[in-house]
Design a protein. Structure first.
Ligand code: ZN
Ligand code: ZN
Ligand code: FE
Length: 329
């Protein structure tokens, strides 16, 4: 056991990215009994449909105990921020977001809009990262439907890389690279999974995970915060279809990671727009894809089928009924 509480972000000057370090878990005993996210638990109380609570084991806190450090190459900043859990429904037995009605799912998205708006007023917080882990294979122990938001004091590295390349493309062509990619994917068609009134989902040409799906707005919608209720409900429909597809492909729940790539909380980014990325982790063979030596060690993903085949499988999966869900819409 460590001697003191450490909650900080350490800087890797070799790769140029941040690592969140928090040992709060070592200082807080795990509460053994019952689901902490069910209505009526000490954390959740009663009378809600979507609930945002603070993570019991945060990687970031509003007032971190650790100070900054800057004796090169040992650079760190206090882990100042917030870690939230979004409890997406009071119902414990729901398997996935696609089991919620489009309207209930839109309420979850609206809750994110409100949270992001609130966080944008805190000068210590630069970025809000929403993500969702699904399935034991990706380390989910609490099955009550929930996702998380990390309110970070920096822009996460992957988003920063996207923003850099989007900015370069925009400076050269005056076009948003994400709009360009979306339009070309829709034109090509073979990797498109589904299209709703305001959104489109496709497996990108350069997909890294076997069932990697990107969901883009059809207009250049800079941030989810600026989406209308009508757009949120449409996004909910698109998302439900995609997640139903993931479940139907192999007739069993597919482990996935979903993440929202928003622009930073403050500032204007005409060259970047919000999009969702979902990484379905079963290979075309139905077996789990691991990030192995090439991926983890070299950053080189290997794809042992083609994104075109994965997209086709998802499209046909969408044509059969989803028995795991109750289609309210
Ligand atoms: Zn529960
Ligand atoms: Zn765009
Ligand atoms: Fe992205």
């Amino acid at each position: 056991m460590a001697e003191r509480v450490v909650i900080e972000a350490r800087w890797d000057p070799i790769l140029g990215d941040w690592v969140l370090v928090s040992n709060v878990r070592e200082f807080r005993p795990w509460r053994p009994r019952g689901c902490p996210f069910c209505p009526g638990s000490p954390e959740t109380g009663w009378g809600w449909r979507v609930l945002v609570i603070e993570n019991a084991f945060p990687m970031l806190v509003p007032n971190p105990p650790t100070g900054p450090r800057s004796d090169f190459p040992f650079i760190s900043v206090p882990g100042r921020g917030r870690c939230f859990v979004v409890v997406e429904t009071p119902r414990h037995d729901v398997d996935d977001l696609s089991d919620l009605s489009a309207s209930d799912l839109a309420d979850v998205l609206e809750t994110l809009q409100i949270l992001f708006e609130e966080l944008s007023k805190d000068p210590a917080i630069v970025y809000a990262l929403w993500f969702r882990n699904k399935g034991e294979e990706v380390g989910v122990s609490l099955t009550h439907p929930h996702s998380q938001v990390y309110a970070l004091p920096f822009i996460p590295n992957k988003v920063l890389r996207e923003m850099r390349n989007c900015y370069r493309f925009w400076a050269r062509s005056g076009r948003c690279l994400l709009c360009e990619v979306r339009d070309r994917e829709l034109e090509a068609g073979e990797r498109v999974v589904c299209r709703t009134r305001f959104f489109a989902a496709f497996v990108p040409f350069w997909a890294k995970w076997p069932f990697e799906i990107h969901v883009h707005p059809l207009r250049h919608l800079e941030s989810l915060r600026y989406a209308s209720r009508e757009e949120l409900e449409d996004l909910a429909r698109c998302l439900r279809a995609v997640l139903q597809g993931l479940r139907r492909v192999f007739g069993k729940p597919m482990p996935y990671v979903a993440v929202l790539h928003e622009p930073p909380l403050r500032g204007s980014y005409p060259w970047f727009h919000t999009h969702l990325e979902i990484y379905g982790m079963y290979r075309v063979s139905g077996r789990l894809k691991y990030a192995g030596g090439s991926e983890t060690g070299g950053g080189v993903f290997t794809y042992d089928s083609t994104p075109e085949v994965a997209a086709k499988m998802l499209r046909s999966a969408l044509e059969v009924p989803d028995h795991g869900s109750e289609d309210k819409r």
